[in-house]
Ligand binder design. Structure first.
Ligand code: RM4
Ligand code: MN
Ligand code: MN
Length: 424
């Protein structure tokens, strides 16, 4: 489904006065307004191909209507998201859930929707139909060399698909681990993983990166072979400069100070990027910013500060992606909400008075440091995000526009009520 630009313009027109009033109220207090708007306009967040259908839990799956039935339809859905928010100009594919059979046609369709391809993701956490050896006891860390080889070859095949689509990164998440004490030799599991990743690394094109994702538990509940940022960092350091650590916000134990992890990985040039989501307990994959928007802001504060310290381009030097999966929301609405939440946190971080913060830190003025941070956090930046979207040709209110344009109703008409997208 293609969105006609004039329909978005019409909606924007109806809201123009109200928007202008709000925008001027906030804008008058911002010294570097143009810079903030430019940075917001340039900022894009990739959409994962597996988040466009209604996700399931291990108990059930309640599909919504009009879900994409093919990779082509997934690309069209991301096209809808991008047409509304002008901040989601790429899609990240999970292989083999979304194999591009005809890469040239898929690329052309993406380009037609203003999209390109972000990282490609391998999957050795499930057995596929007709697969020779099982991943029941792991993949890259497996005790059996033949299983490791099969998993390595899968990753190399994923790189091949990615090359056809002009992706520039392979994202690896392993469920490898153990459920019971004694099941695994930790050192052996780590060494096997390293060796397997080295083989994958050797197959990476020069201008590619491999992103090593970590997660503390689930589906294994005693140990995970790449369980935290230390283990991922160790692997990516041993692998070399093309390997970096990927931070998925839901992959931390409760109470972990994620912003501190981010700050140090960035300092070491080892932060690959993000899988954004939110969670209350674990890998809940909830809408970004729905549970703890303050944490999201604190992470962005470290990102902006750390990237500026290294002279990095905010928009392009690391990978920005959503990794969420919903079972009760319309997936497109959820993704639109997530992108908005990310842009809000980013805008707030751009408003932090850095000079004042550094001065407060150097004077051990703890109360003032908090005031400075919360001054930015408590600014209602939503009209700045709307203005950036407007200047890019998007909607002032993407979710409102999605509803007013009755996009889901149209997708249901087009695709039917009972469709199921591939993914989790
Ligand atoms: C995992 C992890 C990976 C994602 C899969 C679907 O928990 O977050 O990034 O590829 O889920
Ligand atoms: Mn993830
Ligand atoms: Mn996850």
């Amino acid at each position: 489904m293609q969105i006609e630009k004039y329909t978005v313009d019409e909606l924007n027109h109806q809201q123009a006065e109200k928007h202008q009033r709000r925008f001027e109220g906030v804008a008058s207090d911002i010294n570097n307004l143009d810079e903030v708007l430019q940075k917001l306009s340039a900022f894009n967040i990739a959409i994962p191909s597996w988040a466009l259908g209604t996700g399931g839990t291990r108990f059930g799956r309640f599909s919504g209507g009009g879900e994409p039935r093919s990779l082509e339809e997934k690309i069209e859905d991301v096209g809808v998201i991008h047409a509304l928010n002008k901040s989601s100009n790429s899609i990240s594919l999970h292989i083999p859930w979304d194999i591009p059979d005809n890469a040239a046609a898929i690329k052309a369709l993406a380009a037609q929707n203003g999209l390109h391809f972000d990282a490609v993701n391998s999957n050795t956490f499930q057995d596929q139909k007709d697969q020779k050896l099982s991943y029941k006891f792991g993949s890259l860390h497996h005790v059996d060399k033949a299983v490791r080889k099969q998993a390595v070859e899968h990753n190399i095949e994923v790189i091949k698909y990615g090359k056809q689509l002009d992706s520039k990164a392979l994202s690896v998440w392993l469920s490898d681990g153990s459920n019971f004490p004694g099941q695994l030799n930790f050192r052996q599991a780590f060494q096997n993983t390293l060796e397997s990743l080295q083989e994958i690394y050797a197959a990476l094109p020069d201008d590619w990166k491999v992103w090593v994702e970590y997660k503390p538990y689930e589906p294994n509940f005693y140990s995970t072979t790449i369980g935290d940022w230390g283990q991922s960092y160790l692997l990516s350091s041993k692998l070399g400069p093309k390997a970096q650590t990927l931070v998925d916000l839901g992959h931390h134990l409760q109470g972990t100070n994620i912003e501190q992890i981010v700050s140090l990985l960035l300092m070491e040039g080892k932060l690959a990027g993000f899988h954004f989501n939110d969670s209350k307990y674990g890998d809940d994959d909830l809408t970004v910013g729905s549970i703890n928007p303050y944490q999201l802001f604190l992470i962005f504060n470290e990102l902006v500060e750390g990237m500026d310290a290294r002279g990095m381009d905010h928009a392009t030097s690391i990978g920005w992606m959503i990794d969420a999966s919903h079972n009760v929301k319309d997936p497109i609405e959820d993704l639109l909400q997530s992108v908005q939440a990310i842009k809000i946190a980013y805008a707030q971080a751009l408003l932090v008075d850095k000079k004042a913060l550094v001065a407060a830190q150097n004077n051990n003025d703890v109360a003032l440091a908090q005031e400075v941070l919360q001054q930015a956090y408590r600014t209602d930046v939503r009209s700045l995000v709307s203005e950036a979207s407007l200047r890019n040709g998007g909607a002032l209110d993407p979710i409102g526009a999605y509803r007013k344009l009755q996009i889901r109703e149209n997708l249901i008409k087009e695709r039917g009520l009972k469709t199921v997208a591939t993914g989790l």
